[in-house]
Unconditional design. Structure first.
Lengths: 739, 368
């Protein structure tokens, strides 16, 4: 996933997907959102919108809150490592050797997770929920490794995962001046944003070519930091031969299921082992691995997470945040809720499409939980008050310096004004929330792909590679049961009618006087888009020229959608530039000591192991295997989410159930950190990050470590399971370096 | 006539306002999650009894199996006067003379410790009267008569309470177990908050009674209807509630917790402070059945602390020990008879108590 190189519509903080097919949740964000040049449409809007007063409705005043030094978080870059802070807070003398070691053991795992090397022979540790798709892919006919788990008893039993790769960050260099140079003489917001992205892409290609001359496993990405105020070239080594070594049963890897997702106390063995191989087919030599800590950590100990957080929104304006609270998040939560209501009535059914349905359900409920938690956080006045206080301080400081007030004096006002324009358009946008994603009607999404693909082909300004990528994405959509599709079509048209009104000419032309139910029924029974084979054939012969009943529907709807997207894109480009200016202003005022928002690139985050107040009592820093059995026995008659496979029901005598299973710490993480190592100050691995608690969801907007926690699997639990339950002797010897 | 009293009018307001309330609630249906309070046994509407599949005899048995302690209730659990309540109900007594937080186990009758000054009461009769003067005021010295009036004094009701003044402590766990984690007012919970006492008759013999609840060794079923009786002198009632799960902390509560959870918390918190189990408990629990239910919760507030929680077959499944509010939801937290039985066997090693409970049970579980 190349963040910053193209514009991805992002649901903040959603990268830490748990279970299901992990990438399913990511697919949601890969929508068709590159605006097409469409026919002129009347865009006039007469809606008048009043500027909200940020403090008008708050019960908490900005003067009542303290702005914390770390409101912006602790996702430190390796470009600008927090040497001083680590010395101050933990008395750690972290030199360049320490940071290099911290960086080189860490990995980016596939397109949406983190991982680490845990042996000198390329052994990789990540989460079970990051490995799900791989586990399914390496299952042979008749095997269900997701359910049964997997252990490669000998090296030759390790199974190569097609298309899986891991990346190790080798070098970092600043390319800000080159990227900014490209946009300096360009006029127009959209053009400037595009010029920067194009330049970043050119630099990445250029540096990749040069790097490959040295070593063909290297590639370079240009990472956008501080909203584009900084650009850095990251050189990665990519390991493209990655093999599955060990995975527990899904019941262990996903113990607690959807219910326990984003919660603590927790009892989940969310782990999996892989191995990187070199091009000769030998285990990769990886001397930079993190040694395994047999003693683990204790409450109060300093711990460090090294991984790839996906996205946070901590540095925009308060007006942006309020737009998020009042529109974006509300619309998304409502749209996901309506889809969840539909899916809930179908989920659990057998037959064709059941797997895709389960993935859709998982992604929907996961997203709903995450977004609802974020929305709740924003609706808590303290959060907005804290951001308001910080913004007020910037405004004050800004006007103390003439040169700054001349350059940035109108910045916040401009950001406020964009929000007003967005508010005026929000109703129309709402009709298309989640449109063209994997969540919803397959028929409509395929039709949109068909329409998009045909138009790109016809206009001829997109290269073949891009076209092929789109085609691949389109054909990757798995079939869902017809009844689900039908319900989703009905829902979409109800949403469209709600937003646009029954008199809207597009709606009238699509419905032609028919009730929505009839339209949906007709589409489902007569279109060739119901299954992927029919869709592929139709794309081949030319979708738009076909007689398929989905053609007139999408031909009416798509222009409306792309116009809305284009409008949204244009707002976003303008905002991006202003937020980059804001970042530049922060630099001028406070220097670069504050780490930037997450960017799915490598960060180090410090914290301490510790419990917290919850539910009227105290959540412990650790849980144990006794808790696993407590939940198994308590829930077993009414829910499968806490079920245990046979071999776990009667653990061997040698297995000490008081072994720590999961632990919590105050590190700053978000989606994308799944699979990150949790390290002690000697850079030994003590845990495996797999989730944040429910209190951590609003951290997308302001970091807090009062009750927000990172949740990890304790390495002692991993080792004990390998030794006593899985009898994975080869793996244990490798981890513990027993010759 | 010692101990008898007449409370005209004063409490009538409470009492007679309740039947009307009870009549307003519909018969409990499948989806019923709220408490239904049946004011008095005389006033359970016929259609409710039918829906609940209970009859007058059932209601009388539940009433007679319930004992009233100061500010608490208790439940008879054997034909020999053995009764169970919440630990806090006994430890708060003025006559409590032992070290305040210690455990006490009397596995033989002679070891039982008399709780001087404690009187427990049993509601043995209820009569409708036309005139207050019709009361059987001069009954036995062991009874207390209470007469309450309708608000307009048009009718009266007489309660006849039987008094037991020889009450002896049988078993109580230490405070660190009864109040494990100091988690007052919440659920999920892991506390062994119970105590056994025995009621003796005037001749100093263990009370010979048929009105007890058979001890159950099972956890409640999901959404099972359970009943409690408070014979609270102001508002005697039988109430029905449902044991179920509810959302909290981003997830859903377990339908009940288990002894495994107690071990989890002990070790999770580093076996220190309020989370430290007494010596031998960890081993003792594991020797028994650590998967036994420990606590569960029911919708609404507890009828009364210490009251028995019984199923439709009048088997006792737990003892209500705390009111909880979790994320705005009122719950009554109950210690399960299943978990109590497990620790009686392998932690307290109270073989005779286990035997006495098992003898009364329909299904025998004495051998585990």
């Amino acid at each position: 996933m190349k963040m910053g190189n193209y514009n991805v519509w992002f649901i903040g903080g959603l990268l830490l997907y748990l279970g299901g097919c992990a990438p399913a949740a990511l697919e949601v964000v890969q929508v068709i959102n590159q605006p097409l040049v469409v026919e002129e449409q009347s865009q006039a809007s007469n809606a008048s919108v009043e500027a909200p007063d940020p403090m008008a409705s708050l019960t908490v005043d900005r003067f009542d809150v303290d702005v914390d030094r770390f409101d912006g978080g602790k996702m430190w870059t390796f470009d600008n490592p927090p040497v001083g802070w680590l010395a101050e807070a933990y008395e750690i003398d972290a030199d360049s050797v320490w940071f290099a070691k911290a960086r080189l053991g860490a990995l980016r795992f596939g397109a949406n997770c983190s991982a680490s090397f845990v042996s000198g022979q390329g052994l990789i540790l990540t989460n079970h929920h990051c490995a799900r798709e791989s586990i399914v892919e390496v299952s042979s006919e008749g095997e269900d490794l997701l359910a049964a788990g997997f252990l490669a008893v000998a090296a030759m039993d390790e199974r190569k995962v097609p298309d899986l790769y891991v990346e190790q960050l080798l070098e970092i260099s600043d390319v800000t001046r080159r990227v900014h140079g490209a946009s300096r003489i360009v006029r127009g917001d959209n053009e400037r944003v595009r010029a920067r992205r194009d330049k970043a892409s050119v630099i990445a290609d250029e540096l990749t070519s040069a790097a490959k001359m040295r070593d063909s496993t290297l590639r370079v990405e240009v990472v956008e930091l501080y909203s584009g105020e900084r650009y850095a070239a990251y050189t990665y080594r990519r390991y493209e031969d990655v093999r599955l070594v060990m995975a527990p049963e899904k019941k262990l890897g996903y113990f607690g299921g959807e219910e326990d997702n984003f919660t603590f106390p927790r009892y989940t063995l969310d782990m999996a082992f892989f191995r990187a191989y070199d091009r000769e087919g030998n285990p990769a030599v990886t001397p930079e691995y993190y040694p395994w800590s047999q003693d683990g950590v204790g409450a109060g100990d300093a711990v460090f997470v090294v991984g790839n957080p996906g996205s946070t929104s901590r540095f925009g304006s308060v007006s942006q945040l309020m737009f998020e609270r009042d529109y974006t998040l509300v619309q998304q939560v409502e749209a996901f809720q309506r889809r969840a209501d539909i899916l809930q009535s179908f989920v659990g059914m057998d037959g064709p499409g059941a797997d895709a349905l389960e993935n859709m359900w998982f992604t929907t409920s996961n997203s709903l939980k995450a977004l609802s938690g974020q929305l709740e956080g924003l609706r808590n006045d303290t959060l907005i008050a804290r951001r308001s206080a910080a913004e007020f301080q910037i405004r004050e400081d800004l006007f103390q310096v003439d040169s700054l007030s001349a350059r940035y004096g109108t910045l916040f006002q401009e950001l406020d004004e964009i929000q007003l324009s967005k508010r005026a358009e929000a109703g129309r946008m709402a009709a298309f929330t989640l449109f063209g994603t994997t969540i919803g009607s397959r028929i409509l999404t395929r039709a949109l792909y068909g329409y998009y693909y045909a138009n790109l082909q016809r206009r001829g300004y997109v290269d073949k590679e891009t076209l092929d990528e789109i085609l691949e994405d389109a054909l990757a959509l798995e079939d869902v049961p017809a009844e689900v599709d039908r319900a989703m079509i009905v829902l979409r048209f109800e949403e469209l009618l709600d937003a646009l009104g029954a008199q809207d000419p597009t709606m009238r032309s699509i419905l032609g006087g028919l009730p929505i139910d009839s339209l949906a029924a007709t589409l489902v029974t007569t279109t060739a888009l119901s299954d992927s084979a029919g869709f592929a054939a139709l794309l081949e012969e030319g979708f738009l020229g076909s007689e398929d009943p989905a053609v007139p529907v999408i031909s009416a709807l798509a222009p409306l959608y792309f116009t809305a997207q284009q409008q949204s894109e244009s707002f976003k480009n303008r905002e991006d530039l202003l937020v980059a200016e804001l970042a530049s202003l922060r630099f001028a005022l406070y220097g670069t000591d504050i780490p930037p928002d997450a960017s799915f690139s490598l960060r180090l985050s410090d914290g301490r192991v510790g419990g917290y107040a919850y539910n009227g009592t105290r959540a412990p820093a650790f849980t144990t295997f006794y808790g696993l059995y407590d939940h198994f026995y308590a829930h077993r008659n009414i829910s499968a989410s806490w079920d245990l496979p046979e071999r776990w029901r009667d653990p061997p005598e040698t297995f000490d159930l008081s072994t720590p299973l999961n632990l919590v710490s105050t590190n700053d993480i978000t989606g994308g950190n799944s699979g990150s190592p949790l390290l002690n100050q000697n850079l030994e691995i003590v845990g495996l990050v797999f989730d944040g608690n429910i209190e951590s969801l609003p951290n997308v907007y302001v970091f807090s470590d009062r009750t927000a926690r990172t949740v990890s699997v304790d390495v002692r639990a991993i080792l004990a399971s390998l030794q006593h339950v899985y009898k994975a002797e080869r793996l244990v010897e490798e981890i513990l370096k027993i010759e | 006539m010692k101990n008898s009293s007449i409370a005209y009018g004063i409490i009538g307001v409470f009492l007679l306002s309740l039947p009307a309330e009870a009549r307003q609630v519909p018969p409990p249906g499948e989806a019923d999650t709220v408490i239904v309070r049946y004011q008095q046994y005389l006033h359970v509407p016929a259609e409710h009894m039918e829906a609940l599949m209970v009859d007058e005899d059932w209601i009388e048995h539940v009433r007679l199996g319930t004992l009233q302690l100061p500010k608490c209730a208790g439940a008879l659990v054997s034909a020999d006067g053995l009764a169970v309540t919440s630990a806090a109900c006994l430890r708060s007594l003025e006559s409590w003379i032992r070290p305040a937080d210690s455990a006490f186990v009397a596995d033989e009758l002679f070891m039982e410790h008399q709780l001087t000054g404690l009187t427990v009461e049993q509601l043995v009769g209820i009569r409708e009267l036309e005139r207050a003067e019709d009361s059987t005021r001069d009954a036995l010295s062991e009874t207390r008569i209470e007469i309450v009036a309708a608000q307009d004094s048009s009718s009266f009701r007489e309660y006849i309470w039987y008094l037991y003044e020889d009450v002896r402590l049988v078993l109580i766990p230490s405070v660190e177990v009864a109040n494990f984690g100091n988690e007052d007012g919440i659920y999920p919970r892991h506390a062994l908050d119970f105590a056994f006492f025995r009621v003796y008759d005037e001749r100093g013999q263990p009370l010979d009674t048929e009105s007890y609840f058979a001890w159950s060794d099972r956890p409640p079923n999901h959404r099972e209807r359970l009943f409690t009786t408070a014979v609270n002198e102001n508002k005697p009632f039988t109430s029905m509630s449902i044991s179920d799960t509810f959302t909290y902390n981003g997830t859903v509560t377990p339908p009940y917790t288990t002894l495994y959870g107690m071990l989890d918390l002990h070790y999770s918190h580093g076996a220190t402070g309020v989370w430290e189990l007494p010596a031998q408990w960890s081993a003792g629990i594991q020797e028994g059945d650590p998967s036994a239910a420990l606590n569960f919760s029911m919708a609404g507030r507890c009828a009364q602390i210490g009251t028995g929680v019984v199923d439709i077959d009048m088997e006792i499944l737990g003892v209500a020990f705390d009111h909880a509010v979790t994320e705005g939801q009122q719950r009554c937290v109950v210690v399960s008879t299943s978990g109590i039985l497990s620790v009686l066997r392998t932690v307290f090693e109270a073989e005779n108590i286990v035997k006495e409970l098992a003898e009364q049970a329909r299904s025998t579980y004495e051998d585990g």
